[in-house]
Ligand binder design. Structure first.
Ligand code: GLA
Length: 329
């Protein structure tokens, strides 16, 4: 049988996922369920979405997304439990504006993780427990309220709580620039410390917000190997290939050039070849979106600039990138 759908081509290798919104599921549910076999909620499981006020949980939207995954026999990744962004202010401050104590913040963390992880136990197979805690440039931990209030063990605690409430779930650390050598080294240091202290951690999520020029194949391979050498599974959790280099501020283009599409196709082919060659350690590749009609890159790093980072175009038609990925043997 000829493979028609993306996930079928990699059936023996790893899951193929997409980050989606409720709107996308409503508009394009059938397309998503046929091309992909794993789902991530783009925003709906972040702290501010699930517990906007202390003790007030909003699960309806996330529940529907989990239900969609189940009805369509898709796996679901949970994203994300502890992050410095999209976390409401009440988590860190008392009503009078003063900072909460270490014990209070740990109690909030534990209760949130207990409620969220328990609710989706057996339905979400893997969680991004901690997201982006390593600094980009220097030092080690990113300066965040989680870190300043709790201290260095906040990451370990998050993993321990998640494991306590779902011992079967695969627990991931997730970060961007995770294949850039300097940051990769710092992330590895964190992972080693976690493993040495007996923390229940099972995987490393490389976000993969890349572009058609970089990072280099060597950096990608080296990073996968470094993380895998620690005994962790590796996933690409937020893959997209911007058609612009990060510094490029061009904003007038209304359609991708032929050159961009060709470069993108070549790069998609080469990175998927790499992923496939590491199929023993890679368990999932998730795109941070579905098709070029909707991507966070339309507003980042330049506001209101169209980008075309995926395998499917704005009309959900396969691009050359898709054909090249599908042809990989
Ligand atoms: C990070 C986060 C994601 C998402 C993207 C941008 O990578 O992990 O949840 O917010 O930024 O959309």
């Amino acid at each position: 049988m000829e493979n028609k759908y993306l996930h079928q081509v990699f059936e023996e290798d790893f899951l193929i996922g997409a980050a989606v919104t409720p709107w996308l599921l409503k508009q394009r549910g059938e397309f998503i369920a046929t091309q992909f076999n794993s789902l991530t909620a783009e925003n709906e499981m972040k702290f501010e979405s699930l517990q906007p006020q202390r003790g007030v949980y909003q699960f309806e939207v996330a529940d529907k997304m989990v239900e969609f995954a189940q009805n369509n026999h898709m796996k679901m990744r949970g994203h994300t439990l502890v992050w410095h962004n999209q976390t409401p202010g009440w988590v860190f401050s008392n009503a009078n504006g003063s900072s909460v104590s270490r014990d209070e913040l740990l109690a909030t963390m534990k209760e949130h993780i207990q409620n969220v992880v328990t609710r989706y136990k057996g339905k979400i197979y893997c969680w991004d427990v901690a997201n982006e805690v390593i600094d980009d440039r220097e030092g080690f931990f990113r300066e965040s309220k989680w870190h300043t209030i709790i201290g260095d063990d906040f990451v370990q605690k998050a993993f321990e709580f998640a494991h306590e409430y779902d011992p079967e779930a695969q627990l991931f650390y997730n970060d961007y620039n995770a294949v850039i050598p300097e940051k990769r080294e710092r992330i590895c240091r964190l992972l080693k410390q976690l493993i040495a202290s007996g923390t229940p951690i099972h995987g490393m999520g490389i976000q993969g917000h890349w572009n058609i020029y970089g990072p280099s194949e060597d950096d990608i391979k080296r990073a996968i190997e470094c993380y895998a050498d620690l005994g962790l599974k590796v996933q690409m959790t937020e893959l997209d290939l911007s058609v612009y280099a990060f510094e490029n501020k061009e904003s007038k283009l209304l359609a991708p050039t032929k050159e961009m599409l060709t470069l993108q196709a070549e790069r998609y082919e080469s990175i998927f070849k790499i992923f496939k060659s590491y199929k023993d350690v890679i368990t999932g590749i998730t795109f941070w979106g579905v098709a070029d009609d909707y991507t966070w890159l339309d507003n980042f790093p330049v506001r209101k600039r169209k980008n075309w980072p995926f395998l499917f175009d704005e009309n959900y038609k396969p691009k050359e990138s898709f054909q090249r990925v599908m042809a990989i043997k």
